[in-house]
Design a protein around this ligand. Structure first.
Ligand SMILES: NC(=O)c1ccc[n+]([C@@H]2O[C@H](COP(=O)([O-])OP(=O)(O)OC[C@H]3O[C@@H](n4cnc5c(N)ncnc54)[C@H](O)[C@@H]3O)[C@@H](O)[C@H]2O)c1
Length: 318
């Protein structure tokens, strides 16, 4: 596909759908023509209640951006692919690996692309650490420790009907912590689940799934653990990934992995980084547009999220 301007529609005009529109307004190669939302929403753009109706009025749309609740992603992405249009699906792309496989197969069948929002891969902090790993500057990676201590209280779940249900939300590893798992896979390659234990401590009345978990994993010789909860008292406390390696110690911190909090690496001057922004959707779009224009792979290709979905599914089954 060779085009100067791509036409897009945003499906789901809530919190993140509005962020997509705002981001796209600064990208001259992308033009949002329409919004799709099943609820009444305010916009200067034409609003349609379904993808089907939007397509009938705007067959020129090249890219649909799915920003609806998690549980609808698979069905809506499938609908878009069957219209032979490209689709960017917010994370998680789907709640089951089989669904992701089916979507990828459909995209090949119709010769269109399917992407997902892996925007934290564009954080300069993650990029810096990824390059250290790729150049083998850390030597053997011994241990990885992830800690995510967040607060999501009853009021948060009462405010939104889709959060908290198995069908539309799917669990905190999908909704709150999938970016952390994505970055682990991005940095380490593959992860093998060794064990996991989950509990629902303080959300029995408002969510269908555990609010806390502890898991152990391996990646080759590297050992790792992740401890995560949404039951932290009153507010978010910590989000971090620590790497303990033969030639260095690294701690990435922040809700959006936006700080390099600790850096002590052989033959390297100390580095402290704090990203000015925590929003990397613009980088994501630039990458996607380039890959559509030149027909080359993208860091946001659906294939790159399959392992995370499979990993979370395994934990949910344990
Ligand atoms: N990439 C990120 O960092 C990031 C951050 C936040 C949320 N998200 C993801 O974005 C998605 C949306 O989250 P949100 O916080 O914007 O939710 P939200 O509740 O604020 O918005 C969802 C919107 O979708 C609409 N909707 C619901 N069902 C629909 C349907 N069947 N068809 C069309 N529209 C429908 C709702 O009316 C609402 O306007 C979720 O999948 C979430 O995991 C990603």
């Amino acid at each position: 596909m060779k085009k100067n301007i791509f036409n897009a529609a945003i499906v789901g005009f809530g919190h993140i759908g509005k962020l997509h529109l705002e981001t796209i307004s600064s990208i001259k190669e992308l033009n949002v023509c329409a919004i799709v939302d099943s609820a009444p929403v305010e916009s200067e753009l034409p609003v349609f209640p379904s993808i089907k109706e939007c397509h009938l009025s705007h067959p020129e749309i090249d890219l649909y951006i799915i920003a609806t609740p998690n549980g609808y992603h698979y069905q809506q992405a499938k609908e878009v692919l069957e219209l032979q249009k490209n689709v960017l699906v917010e994370k998680p792309i789907a709640l089951h690996k089989k669904q992701v496989e089916e979507l990828i197969t459909l995209s090949h069948k119709y010769n269109v692309r399917i992407f997902t929002s892996l925007q934290l891969r564009f954080s300069p902090v993650i990029d810096y650490v990824k390059k250290l790993c790729e150049k083998n500057l850390l030597g053997q990676l011994y241990l990885v420790s992830v800690e995510c201590f967040w607060n999501r209280n009853t009021a948060y779940y009462e405010k939104s009907s889709w959060h908290g249900t198995q069908k539309t939300d799917g669990g905190i590893l999908f909704t709150q912590f999938s970016h952390f798992l994505d970055i682990l896979f991005y940095l380490l390659g593959n992860l093998e689940l060794v064990s996991s234990k989950t509990e629902n401590f303080s959300h029995q009345n408002c969510i269908d799934f555990p609010d806390t978990g502890i898991l152990q994993f391996k990646s080759g010789e590297t050992l790792g653990s992740m401890v995560y909860t949404i039951s932290t008292y009153e507010k978010n406390f910590e989000s971090s990934i620590t790497l303990i390696a033969e030639k260095g110690t690294i701690k990435i911190s922040g809700q959006y992995m936006n700080q390099l909090l600790y850096h002590h690496v052989e033959n390297t001057n100390p580095v402290k980084m704090e990203c000015k922004t925590t929003r990397f959707h613009k980088d994501l779009y630039e990458n996607i547009l380039l890959s559509l224009d030149k027909n080359i792979p993208s860091i946001a290709d659906a294939e790159n999220t399959m392992d995370v979905i499979e990993f979370i599914e395994k934990i949910m089954k344990e």
